[in-house]
Ligand binder design. Structure first.
Ligand SMILES: [Zn+2]
Length: 275
């Protein structure tokens, strides 16, 4: 069952490419500029241009609708493997036209806004580089050349982080919205189970979590630095994901449950009392 809910890497990869594409036209606008301040100015102007806004909206829309239709398939498959299958299937059908539409739109909007921060965060980096170069006594034209040289790599790195983090956050948000509409209050935190999983998230693997009460994995681990409370997949560079709890028969009891701010091992009976 776990694999069914795992994020589709190709959606993230496609998103990364289309985020990079939103910045493509800017490259042409920088050609011939040999003053670093003209470059910063050109980036800022591009950030406010209609063409860029349109591209960022289109990229966000593609990613969110892709995740949404993919998740639709996943839910239908989950329904089939389930004792509550028929009931769930019917609920899913009615939801398709209902409240999920506005949730999808809100996700598109917030993702487009995140892409829109890209040029400005690049120009901040450019500014820092200009300052450094000036302090080092470099000529303006040399600094300008350096900026143009590192520009594609900076764009790629930032687009990669946006794609990884936001695809996963969006997927969790869609799963949460759908679960809540179906009256499913709990999910199982799943990790990608490889060496790159954070220690604090390894601790969460297989733990039952209530949508209404996200944990702070760092706090549970006893770390000094925490990032607040959040759901699986909802922090930078996280590849974890939620698997909705549809049927308690499919869970191995006793199970780890996040409850009252700590992790507890519970029998099914104990869990049913608090669920
Ligand atoms: Zn994670």
């Amino acid at each position: 069952m776990a694999d069914l809910w795992a994020p589709r890497r190709r959606i993230e990869q496609a998103y990364r490419r289309s985020v990079i594409r939103t910045m493509e036209d800017l490259k042409g606008l920088l050609v011939g500029l040999d003053d670093p301040f003209d470059i910063v100015w050109a980036i800022k102007r591009y950030a406010g241009s209609k063409a860029f806004l349109r591209l960022s909206e289109a990229a966000a829309e593609r990613m969110v609708t892709h995740l949404f239709s993919d998740a639709g398939r996943t839910w239908r498959q989950a329904a089939r493997k389930n004792s509550r299958g028929r009931q769930l299937y019917e609920l899913l059908q009615t939801q398709m036209k209902g409240p999920m539409g506005s949730i999808v739109l809100a996700q598109i909007r917030s993702n487009a806004e995140i892409i829109r921060t890209l040029p400005l965060s690049i120009s901040e980096q450019v500014n820092a580089h200009v300052l450094q170069g000036t302090l080092a006594g470099l000529r303006a034209s040399v600094i300008a050349e350096q900026i143009k040289a590192f520009f594609p790599d900076v764009t790629k790195a930032k687009a990669g982080l946006i794609a990884r983090t936001e695809t996963s956050k969006t997927q969790t948000a869609l799963t949460q919205a759908r679960s809540e509409l179906l009256g499913l209050d709990w999910y199982i935190w799943r990790t990608s189970k490889d060496s790159r999983v954070r220690d604090s998230h390894k601790l969460m693997d297989g733990v039952l979590i209530k949508w209404a009460a996200p944990p702070s994995p760092e706090k549970l681990e006893g770390a000094d630095r925490t990032y607040g409370n959040y759901h699986a997949g909802c922090i930078f560079n996280c590849r974890c994901y939620p698997e909705p709890v549809i049927d308690l028969d499919l869970i191995q009891w006793p199970a780890l449950v996040y409850h009252g701010g700590s992790l507890r091992r519970m029998t099914r009976r104990q869990f049913e009392r608090i669920a």
